[in-house]
Design a protein around this ligand. Sequence first.
Ligand code: SAM
Length: 189
Amino acid sequence: MKPELKTYLRNLKQYGQKNDIPNVTEAVGQFLNMMIQIKKPKKILEIGCANGYSTLWMAEAASCVDGKIYTIDHSAPTFAEAQKNVEEAGFSEVIEFHFGDARAVIPQLPDTLKFDLLFIDGQKASYLDFWNLVKTRLNPGAVIIFDDMLAFQHKTKSLTDAIANLDDFDQLLIPIDGDDGILIMRKGI
Ligand SMILES: C[S@@+](CC[C@H](N)C(=O)[O-])C[C@H]1O[C@@H](n2cnc3c(N)ncnc32)[C@H](O)[C@@H]1O
């Protein structure tokens, strides 16, 4: 990653901390970036971009592997900031922004649009709703990453219960950054 982008991301993270924007941690950002470099997904879906911090971590890697990110958020002020930040950092061409509740936006995406990698970081109590909407839009081998799966276990329990015994998905809960964790799922080929 270019030093200018590293500096941009560091400043954006500090801005988020000062302004109560719940950006992913730097480690989660690095993880997403590396996962995209390894998996080389062409179609990426993000639910919950806030002001674009996680989006930019993914965009840098997506731009190297010819990937495209579709990102959704329903909070107007941070959505506008995300668009501005992505443009400033030079990644507008990699990202398609969709404003609105993901539960309304996803069904309106073209039926043929299926994803290779998904990052889900919207409202925790809606994780099961998000899963039910995206599970039919996964290409074989798709990777799904849910953030905050340890810190908010009480809110994500309905998802955890629903996916507990799925035969065609591998899954792994990885503690990251102290008391937080990401859940990674992978659809069979
Ligand atoms: C934890 S923040 C996302 C942080 C972001 N991933 C980052 O690292 O900068 C959660 C975001 O999800 C959005 N959100 C929550 N529920 C949503 C929904 N149902 N549809 C769209 N956006 C949603 C909120 O507006 C908020 O910006």
